[in-house]
Design a protein around this ligand. Sequence first.
Ligand code: SAM
Ligand code: SF4
Length: 317
Amino acid sequence: MLDHYGRRITYLRLSVTELCNLRCRYCMPEDGVCKKQHEEMLTREETVCAVRACAALGIRKLRITGGEPLVKAGIVDLCRECAAVDGIEEVCLTTNGTLLPKLAAGLRDAGVSRLNISLDTLQPEKFHYITRIGDLRDALGGIEAALQAGFEKVKINSVLIGGFNDDEIADLAELTRRYPVDVRFIELMPMYDSGDFGPDAFIPYTVVTDQLSELEPVPADGGVAKLYRLPGALGNVGLISPVSAHFCAACNRIRITADGKIKPCLHSSDEISIKGQDYAGMLETIRSAILAKPQWHGELSYTERSHAARNMNQIGG
Ligand code: SAM
Ligand code: SF4
């Protein structure tokens, strides 16, 4: 359906858990999340019911995210149920990759068509630093597992962080020559509690084109990334600029959090609950949430932080 500003809403980002097996510094607090009561979270039946309601309202693409979606019990079956919903044409999943060696083949069989894997550094100590607890070998094993399971168009997402990985832009982009993957650099967003980062961490996407003079522009693929390619590469380098050049005018998405809140906009504090509702109730709530989608989210910068009163793991990045 169209929102109040004529944007066609076709894309749902569905968070299935707030929990994670990593603790990325820009995403969640060190001591993890305050575990909510089980009763506060959407049940599996409610989750699938919400996807059905969204599909009836014109959602065609579903991205399953979190938290880390692969720590959720029964995730493969949940993906299978979502992929079978009438109207859903594509189920994608965003993951830190560490559990893919165990789950990649099952996810593909369940109907997940594409994977985005997050990876901010290729250096083991820096990986451990940024994730607070992670082991780089697990994430790299996840990329290999995704390719081995036959996933095509795998995307590696790297959050650009000044003073942390801006010295690895060439190395990360080089992955597109080694593997058939896209590497996308995403500007760090100033969320509620991404407080470890000072102003110098928030660098614009243009540092990538400044550093990689070999990049040639290629046509966009309908997503929000500006696309480029290195000579001889097997995949694209994408640049995503939620901070320095927002894409609100073309926004086609809504979000549902694991505790059942519709978020019409990532950076707005507006949340509308569908917890406990039946199909008809969800249909009406989601319809009004789409109509209430704001025109844009306002300035974002180190000093003008996101109005979302949640960290990314509690929203579904
Ligand atoms: N755990 C999965 C993962 O890491 O891919 C899925 C959830 S995670 C919240 C989704 C994406 O949000 C990741 O690519 C992560 O890097 C990104 N993200 C989290 N906090 C962010 C922030 N403050 N700015 C930019 N991207 C962020
Ligand atoms: Fe976990 Fe993903 Fe957040 Fe990292 S970015 S803490 S992997 S949810």
